[in-house]
Write a protein that binds this ligand. Structure first.
Ligand SMILES: [Zn+2]
Length: 253
């Protein structure tokens, strides 16, 4: 089957779908100029920071407590890169799909910027800072002007963004929302730009596959769910998703 035929089949499924789920990872934001994490040329490809510490240690909840300046330096770098990124054609295509639920590992906020409404940010986001000790919360504002680390104006403790650091639990509200949506079920599942190493990212694909619900993967490389999905597209999401969504629209979806 040619790529055009495959895209037409997926577009037909999307046109008929009433409960599509889009699972996304760093790869969907690559066309926005953001680096992926584990893929080829990814942020963690060489694995360590200037002091030779592994990124997974620098960006851990433990390090934020022990040496907040190291964690904050990395967070600020990440946030400053994100500050200049804009939603791309893949984010915008998903935002056009009626009833779409998005489950994203990205903390870049680009699905919301593109106009998607049901976005489960399972690793949190960088929009707000909150105190690690008291209840003080504020918008993050301009990351380039934040002191490293920023301190709480009320109690003097270190502030932190609402992102999930290594070794930390997932945000309770996001997990509960995901569980509710999974309980309602999906009739089409996309896995886009993620290596699916985390069980909560791979599981919805596995659940769909075992229930006979059609599954689609868009990722340049083979992933942990490639063997499960019905359709494997190895191209760029920013090129392929607009064609699928346009095709579904033409079928009255
Ligand atoms: Zn405080």
């Amino acid at each position: 089957m040619t790529e055009t035929h495959i895209l037409e089949e997926i577009a037909e499924l999307l046109a008929a779908s009433r409960r599509p789920l889009f699972i996304t990872g760093a790869g969907i934001s690559a066309a926005s100029g953001l680096p992926t994490y584990r893929g080829t040329g990814g942020l963690y490809a060489d694995g360590v920071n200037e002091e030779g510490l592994p990124y997974e240690e620098v960006l851990s909840g433990h390090m934020l407590q022990a040496r907040p300046e190291l964690t904050w330096r990395e967070l600020a770098r990440m946030a400053c890169r994100l500050a200049h990124a804009r939603a791309n054609a893949a984010h915008r295509a998903i935002a056009e799909v009626p009833h779409a639920v998005v489950l994203t590992q990205n903390v870049d906020g680009l699905h919301l910027e593109a106009g998607s409404r049901k976005v489960i940010e399972i690793h949190g986001n960088l929009r707000e800072l909150h105190c690690t000790t008291c209840t003080h919360t504020r918008p993050a504002g301009d990351w380039e002007r934040l002191p490293i680390p920023p301190l709480c104006p009320q109690c003097g403790a270190v502030l932190r963004p609402g992102v999930v650091l290594f070794g930390e639990p997932l945000p309770r509200l996001a997990v509960e929302w995901l569980e509710e949506e999974l309980a309602r079920g999906f009739d089409l599942v996309f896995s886009i730009g993620t290596t699916s190493l985390f069980p909560y990212i791979a599981e919805p694909v596995a659940l769909a596959a075992s229930a006979g619900v059609p599954t689609v993967e868009i990722n340049p490389e083979r992933t942990a769910v490639s063997h499960l999905v019905d359709y494997r597209l190895r191209g760029d999401a920013a090129a392929l998703l607009p064609r699928i969504v346009a095709g579904a629209g033409a079928r009255g979806g």
